[in-house]
Write a protein that binds this ligand. Structure first.
Ligand code: P6P
Length: 327
């Protein structure tokens, strides 16, 4: 087995391509990786340590929080506060921005600490999703919500952790997409994929067709197109990071359209769709809301939702074409 590259070795070797000082990005990414290891440990032992089930509280979206949601949020918020690099965090689990009590820190994080948590108790893969930005407000001043409400094109880092059959840490800093896989033996994340590319075409579509009757005409036409081709596969795990990761590696399109229950879509622009859009585009894929590029959308609120079409470029183009023709 060849000697694998560690995260620190990788960042050092690619220092010239980093969007911020090596020492700061190294510290930030290692902070996230270290916390991901802790979340990994809790997720794998949740049934034993009675961490399954609900926390008895709800998040801003009115969704019941799982115990692991609350724990992951606490772990990551603490990590960012202790990093001394982050001034403010936006989290799916908290209604308002979370100040890090460090007005001199330069970085901003938007995150979904544990996405797909309804799948935890049935042993389906779940994930952490995050974006890192430079603050917009003046260093030394109290950070504002506008520091978090930044377009996807402003991201310095887009990343996710997939807690699956292996725990994978996937991120881009604007120079390709790289996958680090956690080695429980050595306790390190090791480079297992570099400059990942998503194929332009594939035969896998990923969508919750339970809402089909409530889909708009163009989306219905696209799903019908996939079926009429005859050799497409429908793959839907119901855990965004897992569905997205499969499509990154094998090709495919993930669609969360407007539905009767979620007319503006279900997924959140800031801390779900933008980080994955950055990764998809860096790998040669596309990410749209059905009309506009996800990373061009000007965020208006922390938890705003969007419709989402992401994955293999030619498949996204086909869906956009049918939406444009029929809507
Ligand atoms: P539905 C999980 O709750 C989540 O936020 C994403 O991980 C996933 O893609 C989506 O919701 C699934 O939603 O409506 O198909 O169950």
């Amino acid at each position: 087995m060849s000697q694998k590259t560690t995260l620190r070795q990788f960042l050092k070797a690619n220092e010239a391509n980093l969007p911020a000082p090596l020492s700061e990005l190294d510290h930030l990414l290692h902070s996230i990786a270290r916390t991901a290891k802790t979340v990994h440990a809790h997720v794998t032992r949740a049934a034993i340590t009675d961490l399954y089930g609900t926390a008895g509280s709800s998040n801003i979206q009115g969704e019941e929080q799982q115990k692991l949601d609350v724990l992951a949020n606490t772990l990551f918020v603490t990590t960012f506060r202790e990093s001394n690099l982050v001034c403010v965090v936006g989290s799916e689990e908290e209604e308002e921005i979370i100040l890090m009590d460090n007005n001199d820190a330069e970085y901003v994080v938007a995150m979904d600490p544990l996405d797909g948590s309804s799948n935890i108790d049935v042993n389906v893969s779940i994930g952490t999703i995050f974006s890192v930005f430079k603050r917009k407000s003046e260093k030394g001043t109290k950070p504002k919500v506008e520091d978090v409400l930044q377009k996807g094109t402003e991201q310095l880092i887009g990343g996710y952790v997939l807690y699956g059959t292996a725990t994978a840490f996937v991120f881009t800093t604007g120079n390709g997409v790289h996958i680090f896989t956690y080695d429980p033996k050595g306790g390190e994340f090791l480079l297992t994929h570099t400059n990942l590319e998503i194929v332009k075409d594939s035969k896998t579509y990923s969508c919750n067709e339970g809402g089909f009757l409530g889909f708009t005409e163009g989306v219905k036409k696209y799903i019908d197109f996939c079926k009429e081709e005859g050799d497409y596969k429908a793959r839907y795990i119901g855990s965004l990071v897992a569905d997205f990761h499969r499509n990154m590696l094998k090709g495919g399109i993930f669609i969360y359209p407007s539905t009767q229950k979620t007319p503006k879509g279900k997924l959140r622009l800031l801390y779900e769709c933008n980080p994955l859009a950055f990764i998809a585009e860096q790998a040669g894929g596309k990410a749209y809301d059905g009309r506009v590029r996800i990373m061009e959308i000007e965020p208006e609120s922390l938890h705003q939702r969007t419709t989402y079409y992401v994955g293999s470029a030619n498949m996204v183009d086909k869906a956009l074409e049918l939406i444009e023709t029929h809507e």
